[in-house]
Design a binder for this molecule. Structure first.
Ligand code: G6P
Length: 609
């Protein structure tokens, strides 16, 4: 989603801005721009589409040491060059880049129009630029103007503004959208994602909601709208960068699929206790005597993280025998949820910046609940907001469609379920068997990846499809949902997921040869029942693709294609079968010639509601 990079004190600001924008590109964007102060005035370049379009305008020819840059993911207004950021005030005195949504932009615009100001774009951000230029034209310094404007703005923002009258100054502000400040040798930076500043900054400071900062090449001053002047402690910048490229892989998604075994090995590394058949999760910051008091678990996330939460709920109920349920974070936060003292809340997010997940976390905290995080990005907003948690250590994920991070989320939830289980009634031997399963998991995933050529052969059944059903029962039901989501996201094929048992209550009406069904079929106690459902689909001329770890020959007799994956531990089949579905979606999208890493209309990190 939208990304911000800004620098003051760098010999060629535009060069730094372009490097930062390239680092931010993976989040998803549809236009980009930069503005640089040359000592006298602010020059700006913007382009719709890929960053190469902006690069072809030769931004590095803009001389100046202070500038702001932005990748935009359209919310207000189409993805055109006119709507791209930075936005300039009509008098060219103020330039602004902004992430988030200003909900009362129309009201503010009307006020400014009444003052005689005119607008050139449809964006909410231009309203900020115009409002700030009006204040500055009346003699206010930009820092004070931002402090005065922010309480009048409803919505969310992470923003940086440039002032023509202050050639080496940046003013940044945050409410609900991440803003980090960087300290480098002779320069100061601002970015929505610390990874954009790697190589330019050594230390990083994170703004909190309500903070406004003023930066010059050798100083940073921060004032909070709530508490006034404040000091933020700087920490060493340790963000991981995605500069490594695709390492020879055709797509980032393929690279990340290939990296999955080592990613999972890192998720479990140091967290298994073979002697007591349990997990070591020091980062939870909850002692077993406190953990045992929780009577249930509520798991929250968005998109794939929400589906991982559903897998986690199954794992926790079956291993720890605690009631557990998953819910979409955005729905949870808006239903004025009852927060219970004896529920453990788990918020799940790869990026740690998803707005709705962060808002759900804050709602729980406001109401006194205990909330832990499952998160990939160290030092992200969510990681800093929770009481404790489990880092995935999956490494940077660039592809919009989540692969290794989804598997790592389910894996981390499995570790949590094991730990909770051993605090409750899970026997030491059952715990020890699962520990062995976690140890073997990277190898099972390696074997799954090796099946790629066989999976590719199945894709003609899907590329021709008008629509696809994904079905599964028990812990395979959420895996089927993730499989359908992946196919929609990157292959643009309509896909719907149902619990296998629900098929005959409606969807069966749509089964026909052009609507194949992908069956997620673990070798568990429901296998016989699921095989019976296959017959119901066959009887309606439905085509079946079965993704399974069972070697039951009845499956081969019923199905058009069988993707046979390694047999693993019962609790870990969602991860193995899930990876099979990721590969299936990937190969199908490749066969259709889709743009795998940047699917249309989607963003990697959704930092707005
Ligand atoms: C976006 C992405 C999804 C992702 C979701 C949650 O919608 O396109 O792939 O699952 O955000 O992201 P998070 O970073 O919170 O896991």
């Amino acid at each position: 989603m939208c990304g911000i990079i800004a620098v003051t004190g760098h010999a060629n600001a535009a060069q730094t801005l372009m490097a930062g924008l390239r680092r931010l590109a993976y989040r998803g964007y549809d236009s980009a721009g930069v503005a640089v102060h040359d000592g006298e005035s602010i020059a700006r370049l913007r382009a719709a589409g890929a960053l190469e379009n902006l690069a072809s305008l030769d931004p590095e020819s803009l001389s100046g040491q202070c500038g702001i840059g932005h990748t935009r993911w359209a919310t207000h207004g189409a993805p055109t060059a006119e709507n791209a950021h930075p936005h300039l005030s009509a008098d060219a005195a103020i330039a602004v880049v902004h992430n988030g949504i200003i909900e009362n932009a129309d009201a503010l615009r009307a006020e400014l129009q009444a003052e005689g100001m005119t607008f050139t774009s449809e964006t909410d951000t231009e309203v900020l630029a115009q409002a700030l230029s009006l204040a500055v034209s009346r003699g206010e310094a930009l820092f004070e103007a931002v402090l005065a404007l922010m309480p009048r703005v409803q919505g969310t923002y992470g923003l940086v503004a440039l002032d023509r009258a202050a050639p080496d100054q940046l003013v940044a502000a945050r409410l609900g959208s991440p803003v980090a400040l960087g300290i480098g040798g002779g320069c100061r930076l601002v970015a929505s994602d610390p990874a954009a500043m790697v190589g330019f900054a050594d230390d990083v400071l994170h703004l909190d909601d309500g903070d406004v900062a003023r930066l010059t090449p050798d100083s940073i001053a921060v004032r909070s709208l709530d508490t006034g002047e404040r000091t933020i402690e700087a920490t060493t910048l340790t963000a991981e960068v995605n500069d490594a490229g695709r390492d020879g892989h055709a797509h980032f998604m393929l690279k990340e699929l290939c990296e999955q075994p080592e990613a999972i090995a890192r998720t479990v590394s140091g967290r298994l206790d073979a002697r007591f058949g349990t997990a070591r999760l020091g980062g939870l910051n909850i002692q077993p005597r406190d953990l045992i008091a929780f009577r249930g678990v509520k798991l929250l996330g968005c998109g794939s993280a929400h589906i991982a939460a559903e897998c986690g709920a199954h794992l926790i109920e079956s291993l720890a025998r605690l009631p557990a349920s998953a819910e979409a974070a955005a729905e949870f936060r808006y239903r004025n949820p009852v927060i219970e003292r004896d529920l453990l809340y788990v918020v799940i997010s790869q990026s740690g910046e998803t707005y709705d997940t962060l808002a759900a976390c804050n709602e729980i905290k406001r109401k006194g609940g205990t909330v832990i995080g499952i998160n990939n990005v160290i030092g992200s907003s969510l990681a800093r907001a929770v009481d404790g948690g489990i880092y995935l250590h999956a490494g940077p994920e660039v592809s919009v469609a989540s692969t290794k991070a989804w598997s790592a989320m389910v894996c981390a939830l499995g570790l949590l379920a094991l730990y909770l289980g051993r605090v409750h009634d899970l026997s030491p031997s059952a715990g020890a068997s699962l520990v062995k399963g976690f140890e073997a998991l990277p190898e099972w995933l390696e074997q799954t990846y090796a099946l790629r050529p066989a999976i590719r052969e199945v894709t003609p059944l899907l590329t021709q499809a008008r629509s696809v059903f994904f079905i599964g029962r028990g812990n395979a039901a959420p895996v089927a949902r993730e499989g359908a989501l992946k196919l929609k996201e990157i292959a643009y094929i309509h896909a719907e997921a149902y619990p296998t048992s629900e098929l005959k209550h409606g969807p069966l009406a749509l089964i026909e040869p052009a609507v194949p069904t992908v069956v997620v079929l673990p070798d568990d106690e429901l296998l016989d029942k699921s095989i019976a459902s296959l017959a119901e689909i066959r009887a309606r001329d439905g085509k079946l693709i079965v993704v399974t770890d069972s070697d039951d020959t009845r499956i081969d007799a019923a199905a058009e294609a069988v993707i046979r994956l390694p047999k693993s531990h019962a609790a870990l089949t969602p991860i193995v079968l899930g990876m099979g579905l990721q590969l299936l979606a990937y190969e199908t999208a490749v066969a259709l010639g889709r743009e795998i890493d940047r699917p249309r209309n989607l963003a990697k990190s959704v930092t707005v509601e």
